[in-house]
Design a protein around this ligand. Structure first.
Ligand code: 0WD
Length: 264
């Protein structure tokens, strides 16, 4: 029974770009739990890689999608609705800010373009996908996004991405309100820091990992498989009462008030 938590669920996954991607860990867990998966890739460079990952998860459903490109979004809707007349949810594991925004003094480095693109790709795209797919999402569907504690607390160099994540978390609540009447749930996982292509764009990320490891209750890093398991739960009917929520998968980091080393 454990392995079939997502049996008969069709889920679309956005944001695999490598085997380190959180979306890869999510796909792995969802496949293990019996989901049928479809995937998107952001650009031609990633196409063959995503096709290969999809085949590992018994899927041949791979579509181009750049969330800033409206033509690609409407084509995605057309192509997906041919193979799936209805489906059970999607995972939005996408974020972007120009590299110059993710290093240095917040006020010095922020600019309008950086603000706009980070909010567009990292927050607006989530609700836009819900808007596009609402008509073919089944009752009981679950939508999921990935966020980070830099939305609530200041994290050096995270800068404008902290604002974009705060917007994304508010988006989760308003979307949950809007889609509740269709019995569609919307949640976020707030993940501890994990080394991926996106996170390595943040200046000083390696130091953040060391600090994280020492400051969380489990005294270790979090894996993409651990994020994947929670994602599978949140997209399954086992979590049918949970919506509008941000679930932390961070070893308790977000509730730790003082470093235990202080008492040694
Ligand atoms: O420490 C971390 N890695 C954490 C990540 C901690 C907490 C949260 N997160 C979040 C990220 O902010 C993001 O929302 O998890 C999500 C997934 O991030 P990831 O797995 O760390 O990063 P990565 O493997 O790089 O995937 C993000 C992908 C992009 O990959 P690249 O490598 O190009 O940055 O987002 C996709 C892209 O494939 N992406 C887009 N997809 C469609 N249209 C777009 C776009 N315009 N821009 C980026």
């Amino acid at each position: 029974m454990y392995m079939n938590m997502l049996q008969n669920k069709k889920i679309l996954i956005f944001g695999i770009s490598s085997k380190l991607s959180i979306a890869y860990g999510i796909a792995k867990a969802m496949h293990f739990h019996g989901a049928k998966l479809a995937f998107t890739y952001q650009n031609e460079k990633l196409k063959n890689r995503v096709i290969k990952y999809a085949s590992e998860f018994d899927s041949n459903k791979v579509f181009f999608c750049d969330v800033q490109d409206d033509y690609s979004l409407s084509k995605l809707f057309d192509d997906l609705s041919v193979v799936w007349d209805k489906f059970d949810g999607f995972v939005h594991s996408i974020a972007f800010a120009p590299r110059d925004q993710l290093s240095g003094d917040y006020i010095d480095v922020i600019n309008r373009k950086g603000f706009e693109v980070s909010h567009d790709v990292s927050s607006y795209s989530f609700v836009n996908l819900a808007k596009i797919f609402r008509s073919i999402l089944k009752e009981g569907s679950s939508l999921l996004t990935l966020t980070y504690l830099g939305s609530q607390y200041v994290v050096p160099n995270y800068n404008v991405m902290g604002l974009a994540k705060a917007s994304l978390e508010a988006n989760v609540k308003y979307m949950a309100y809007s889609l509740g009447k269709n019995n569609i749930r919307v949640n976020a996982i707030s993940a501890g820091p994990i080394k991926t292509l996106a996170s390595s764009a943040i200046a000083g990320f390696k130091k953040m990992l060391v600090f994280f490891k020492n400051f969380n209750f489990l005294k270790r890093l979090i894996s993409i498989d651990e994020i994947g398991n929670v994602a599978a739960f949140l997209c399954s009917d086992l979590s049918s009462g949970i919506t509008g929520e941000v679930i932390h998968v961070d070893g308790g980091y977000n509730v730790n008030g003082i470093d235990s080393d202080v008492f040694i």
